[in-house]
Design a protein around this ligand. Structure first.
Ligand code: ADP
Length: 393
């Protein structure tokens, strides 16, 4: 497999990996999970699509990476690309140097759950494979083109100047990929104005003008914005005071509730999983029906709001597990957006096979596309570009 890049996404107890060559069909991918426990294992797919399952009892991140890399060494990866959630004010993917590692550490207060796990993976791969160039690709970087009026909160200045309190935005790799791809499919790569809805367990929207992020729904953390699987999205900030004063909740309990017990799960009282909710709603579950209603309405509201940032609206693209697979959610959301001239074809929307690219508008007004996201592919591409620029510099 010539010129492959190993993409690594380290979470607190798992590592997603993908070995990506320039031929998409050669992709090898998988997940090391339950790290640190007796049940630690690697599950994945090998070349040719054969399933792989390997027990690695009590393996930590370093041991799991060692096992993975030993298995993948035959394919001679030319570089490693790390997904890093928060890059602070770094504006693009960067070759990992001690200076860049320090800047990822410095952004840790802004992503306390994610950046420490990424750093464990980075430290391990740098130690195990010192000869391989390694690149960090940031979820926040794509949104560094937002104008100041979009990224500032209406808060006292010193919170921004001294403590970096501002909107950063996330899912940048996905929004960048799907808007580039949709505009390419529309015949005008990275031109004009696009709205993007990445709908997975975490969800966000983004407005993109000529290939650059103009605004996005997530903020300083991934909690701001639309309704998500277990995250509330926007709430009145005075909710904190209300819960503390009236229920005696401390800040940790409130944060936990907003991140882990809210969203689709909180509203439905049933599940954070959209597929489960659609099935339950069809069976008459009222909580599930309400959760889907709120999800779609708030999503449409967010897309409408972000459209203000665009001089012109050329298209809208849906992606993520829900955006790619749920014709029902797309239909409900688009039902709130017809005054923008967004006219969808029910026939095309219903007929689009799950997980495939396709156009679902009625042929007038802005185009509407469904594009399966490819964050790993985009990370590999950016990693390759950084390595090539560095070699030619
Ligand atoms: P993550 O953010 O963890 O990467 P995904 O992008 O895989 O998540 O999206 C997961 C969500 O996609 C879940 O809510 C799941 O129920 C939803 N989903 C997947 N397939 C369907 C479907 N056919 N209909 C509705 N929702 C679906």
């Amino acid at each position: 497999m010539a010129k492959s890049v190993l993409v690594i996404n380290c979470g607190s107890s798992s590592i997603k990996y993908a070995l990506i060559s320039e031929r998409r069909e050669d992709r090898i991918y998988g997940l090391a999970e339950n790290l640190g426990s007796a049940d630690a294992r690697i599950k994945g797919v090998t070349v040719g699509g054969e399933p792989l399952e390997l027990s690695i009892p009590h393996a930590d991140h370093a041991k799991a990476l060692e096992t993975l890399l030993a298995r993948l060494a035959n394919y001679n990866p030319q570089a490693i690309g790390h997904r890093v959630v928060h890059g602070g004010n770094l504006t693009k993917a960067e070759l990992l140097t001690p200076e860049i590692v320090k800047r990822i550490e410095a952004a840790t207060p802004l992503a306390p759950l994610h950046n420490p796990a990424h750093l464990v993976g980075i430290e391990a791969t740098m130690r195990l494979f010192p000869e391989l160039p390694q690149v960090a690709v940031f979820d926040t970087a794509f949104h560094q083109t937002m104008p100041e009026y979009a990224y500032r909160y209406a808060l006292p200045q010193n919170l921004y100047t001294e403590h970096h309190v501002r909107r950063y935005g996330f899912h940048g790799t996905s929004h960048a990929y799907v808007t580039e791809r949709a505009s390419e499919l529309a015949g005008a790569k990275n031109q004009g104005g696009w709205l993007s809805a990445h709908l997975g367990n975490g969800s966000s929207t983004c407005a993109v003008w000529n290939g650059q992020s103009i605004d996005t729904s997530m903020g300083m953390t991934p909690l701001e914005g639309v309704v998500m699987g277990t995250r509330s999205g926007d709430v009145d900030p005075s909710l904190h005071l209300f819960l503390a004063s009236n229920l005696g909740w401390d800040i940790q309990k409130i944060d936990n509730m907003l991140n882990k017990e809210s969203g689709l799960l909180g509203l439905s009282g049933l599940s954070n999983d959209m597929r489960t909710l659609v099935d339950a709603s069809n069976d008459g579950h009222e909580g599930a029906t309400l959760a889907i209603e709120v999800f779609c309405y708030r999503l449409a509201k967010s897309l409408s709001a972000l459209s203000c940032g665009l001089p012109r609206l050329d298209g809208l693209v849906f992606t993520g597990g829900i955006g790619e697979n749920s014709a029902y959610v797309r239909e409900k959301t688009l039902g709130y957006l017809s005054h923008f001239g967004l006219q969808f074809s029910k026939e095309k929307n219903d007929a689009l096979p799950r997980g495939t690219e396709g156009r679902i508008d009625a042929g007038q007004g802005p185009q509407i596309w469904v594009v399966p996201t490819d964050e790993e592919g985009r990370i590999a591409k950016e990693t390759r570009q950084v390595v090539e620029q560095t070699v030619s510099a």
